[in-house]
Every structure is written in C-alpha cells, then in structure tokens.
Ligand binder design. Structure first.
Ligand code: RIB
Ligand code: CA
Length: 307
C-alpha cells in the first residue's frame, strides 16, 4: 500500500524536484500540495506548484495556498537563489489549473480526515502552515503518522552562519512544530549538502520532465557554483521525500532539538543535543548520514519515469 503523503512547499527548484520525485514514486500517494511564502512570494510558489504538477501530467493533484508570511518575522524571499519567479530557468507555460480557494490548513485537515490511513506530512519550506495547523486543530496529531521535514542542521547552516533557511524564515513556527510532541524527522543540511545533482547528470532526451529538471539545475547551479564552488546543487527537499520512499537512504537517530527564536545572531538555530548532555527526552529523529550517490542515482531513475 502506498504511503499517503501531503507536501507543504515553497517551490523553489528543489521543492519542484521533490514534487516530481513523489509523483514518480509508487511507494507514496501524493494526496495534495499546500504552499507557503518562503523561497518566493505565495503567489509565485503557488503558481510554480501548479506548473510542476502539470509538467508531470498530474493536474488532478490539488494545490491549496497557505500563509504568505511567517508568524512573527518578515518574509525574506530567496530570489538570489531561485530567481524572480521562484523557479527561474525553463520556460514553463502558465498553469491551466487554478489553486483551490481553500486555505492550506483546512485542506490538510480535510485530506487527513478523509484518508483511511495515517498521513505523512512532508514540509519543505518554512513551517508556518504546519504551526497554524497544530494551533487550530491540535487533535490532528491523532490522524498523522509523522512529519518528515527538510530543515535545520546539526552543524551545517546556509542563510546565516547559525541557521538553515526553512527554520530561520519562521523560527516561531518551527519551535511550535518541534515542541508539539509529534513524530518529527528533521532532514537537515548535514545530509542534504551531500545530496547533489548537476544538469550533466540528466539525459535531457528522456522526457519533458527530465529536460525541465536539467534546466532547473542550470539556473539553480549558478548560486551553488558562485557561493560553494560546487558544479552540482543540493536537492534539499527531495531528500525528505526520498527518506519516506527509501528509509534506509539516511542514517538517523533521535535527539532533543530546540529552536532559537530570540537571538538576532543565532535565530533559527536547531540546537541538537548530540551528546545528550541536557537530559531532555528526545523530541525528534535527526538525519545523521546519507548515501549521496545512491540518492542521486535513484532520483534520476525516477525522473525518467515521468512524461
Ligand atoms: O535551506 C534549504 C531549504 O530552503 C530548501 O527547502 C529550499 O527550497 C529553501 O526553501
Ligand atoms: Ca523549500
């Protein structure tokens, strides 16, 4: 039986590839997509999600927009990485389908209630929608299997020397999600920085989706070449989806994880008690290691299944 999942995202190049991986993988059943302001504004991330679903031949998968702004700090979009549209590179047609009028939180509640199996939530952007879901519907926890999120880092950071973007963008939301007592898996930069894919890893002749992903990576690669000197890009968000599909891809263990919400210097830091010095009960499963080569190979194989 495929695992029912919902992806809450801010496409964003790696979010887009995460959506394509989910659609191409029979191990999971993508019940729907919700969007949030993050890499780009909400109108862009929502349009981008619609475009990616149509590219993959799945316009039937509904998209419900959520929050445009974080709970308590201004949104700082990442257009220097993802471009003005949030998904620069390929020339994708304007979507023929429209997003739902339903808010992301209500959509998630409806989908989870209608599913006869516990649902796995896969957030790959700021956690604003997920925090509001838990605030407004605390009982939803009974209907969820787990949350597998891309975010944070034990030692790695990106948006500041201390923090990873998804957590930094809405630290209050992240703090509420990590302290809600749910089964949370944190797929952080320590593993996603080893999950690399470059445009030359893809045969563009293998279909429109393969060609478009190569064009995503042409653009996404500019930032990673200029800043990190890499000739490939970390496909952060696809690692969270890959972990649900192939659990043995990641080495994980459980730890106490706290979120810094106050300090201007270390806002958004995921403080992982690796040596268990606090005596706190673990509240999250944390990704420690990844077979990066296997991830890239499996991802490309799945992308070739798409139209
Ligand atoms: O730090 C990486 C994360 O921030 C990814 O989800 C990327 O899409 C951006 O949202
Ligand atoms: Ca993202």
């Amino acid at each position: 039986m495929p695992i029912p999942i919902l992806i809450d995202c801010d496409p964003g190049h790696d979010d887009a590839i995460a959506l394509l991986l989910a659609i191409a993988s029979p191990e999971v059943d993508l019940l729907g997509v919700t969007t949030v302001g993050g890499n780009s504004g909400l109108a862009n991330t929502t349009r981008n999600a619609l475009q990616v679903l149509e590219l993959a031949g799945r316009p039937d998968i509904a998209v419900a927009p959520g929050e445009a702004h974080p709970l308590s700090v201004p949104l700082l979009i990442q257009d220097h990485i993802h471009g003005a549209s949030g998904l620069e590179g390929p020339d994708l047609p304007e979507p023929r389908t429209e997003a739902l009028e339903t808010h992301a939180v209500d959509f998630i509640v409806d989908k989870v209630a209608a599913c006869d199996e516990p649902v796995t939530l896969i957030p790959t952007g700021p956690l604003t929608n997920i925090a509001l879901l838990l605030r407004r519907h605390p009982g939803i926890a009974e209907l969820l299997d787990r949350i597998v999120l891309m975010g944070g880092g034990m030692a790695e950071s990106n948006v500041t020397p201390a923090a990873e973007f998804n957590i930094w963008a809405d630290p209050q939301a992240a703090d509420e999600v990590f302290s809600a007592g749910l089964d949370v898996t944190m797929v952080g930069l320590d593993v996603t920085h080893q999950a690399l894919l470059g445009p030359d890893d893809i045969d563009r002749a293998r279909g429109d989706s393969a060609r478009v992903v190569a064009e995503f990576l042409d653009f996404f690669g500019h930032f990673h070449r200029d800043v990190y000197g890499l000739d490939a890009s970390p496909i952060h968000d696809a690692v969270a989806v890959a972990h649900v599909i192939w659990p043995d891809l990641l080495e994980v263990d459980e730890f106490d994880v706290r979120i810094e919400t106050e300090s201007p210097l270390t806002r958004g830091r995921t403080v992982v008690d690796l040596n268990r010095v606090t005596g706190h009960e673990p509240n999250a499963i944390v990704a420690l290691g990844i077979d990066g080569e296997r991830f890239s190979r499996l991802l490309v194989e799945r992308l070739y299944r798409l139209p």
